[in-house]
Design a protein around this ligand. Structure first.
Ligand SMILES: Nc1nc2c(ncn2[C@@H]2O[C@H](COP(=O)(O)OP(=O)(O)OP(=O)(O)O)[C@@H](O)[C@H]2O)c(=O)[nH]1
Ligand SMILES: [Mg+2]
Length: 262
């Protein structure tokens, strides 16, 4: 376990011009960090994860969703987030969820052995975490999808994990340029694409609405856990998926090359 993050359970400070909204974050708490060889706590809430290249703005966006300045650590130096870091958020509308901030890929400043250990750790988290409802894949709006992003998206589809693709840092481009980038990513990836800025908060509500839909309680089916959050981690990457839709164990070729983790 690494040094604790700052946690802050107080209501978020809001500029006085804002009216209270249902998606205001009333509580945001650091729960745990797991590095290779360490397990996360047993899930108690539906979870989503932030994935993407190093420095794309995952931790900054998480802070923006939580309306906290320094809940997750951020830095302009790539490789800031070093473990799977778990937070709990409670919104005004009583939505409760966990968000996992993942280390970025595409950052090769570590030994080959360390990167391999990281890749395995993250693959296991994404494939096996029973409470994981969606993976938010962040892509820099100025660069568009890179080969490692495409590999990750392919693999997520292969293991039946729902990706939400989000273009970040839209404050860096004009409105027209952002529109063109969203259309192009949508065309290339074949999935809906959201656009956000962790810096200004643009797109926060739309993203939270998508997330809220993904973490909403599902109808209980006989013999299943409705929330899918208390199933044990069994080593089966298909845990948490409806029976009959589970894919075969992904083979090495289908896996993303996400071993460049910090
Ligand atoms: N202009 C602008 N800068 C951003 C935005 N999001 C993040 N940044 C900056 O980008 C840098 C990286 O941000 P992080 O949130 O630490 O990136 P990360 O994806 O968590 O990085 P790793 O933990 O290394 O994987 C920081 O200097 C942020 O201030 C954004 O939406 N707009
Ligand atoms: Mg980070």
């Amino acid at each position: 376990m690494a040094a604790p993050h700052r946690s802050n359970a107080r209501p978020a400070p809001r500029p006085s011009k804002d009216k209270p909204g249902p998606l205001d974050c009333l509580e945001a708490i650091y729960l745990a960090e797991a590095r290779p060889g360490h397990a996360l706590p047993t899930p108690t809430q539906p979870e989503i994860a932030f994935a993407g290249r190093s420095n794309v703005g995952k931790s900054t966006l998480l802070n923006r969703l939580a309306q906290r300045r320094a809940l997750a650590r951020t830095s302009k130096t790539p490789g800031c987030t070093r473990g799977v870091v778990l937070f709990e958020l409670r919104l005004r509308d009583e939505t409760r969820l966990h968000i996992a901030d993942l280390p970025g890929y595409g950052f090769a400043d570590r030994s080959k052995g360390e990167r391999a250990a990281w890749g395995k750790h993250l693959e296991e988290y994404v494939a096996r975490r029973a409470s994981l409802r969606a993976v938010i894949v962040l892509i820099d709006v100025r660069r568009g999808p890179q080969p490692d992003d495409l590999q990750l998206l392919d693999w997520l589809r292969f293991i039946h994990r729902d990706p939400i693709v989000v273009l970040t840092k839209i404050d860096k481009l004009s409105r027209n340029e952002v529109g063109a980038a969203v259309a192009s990513a949508h065309r290339d990836l074949g999935v809906p694409v959201l656009a956000v800025s962790g810096e200004t908060g643009a797109g926060r509500e739309e993203l939270l609405q998508r997330i809220r839909a993904m973490v909403a309680p599902v109808e209980a089916q006989p013999g299943t856990d409705a929330e899918g959050v208390s199933a044990p981690v069994t080593g089966d990457p298909t845990v948490g998926h409806p029976p009959g839709t589970a894919p075969a164990q992904p083979d090495a070729l289908a896996r993303p090359n996400i071993s460049d983790h910090a």
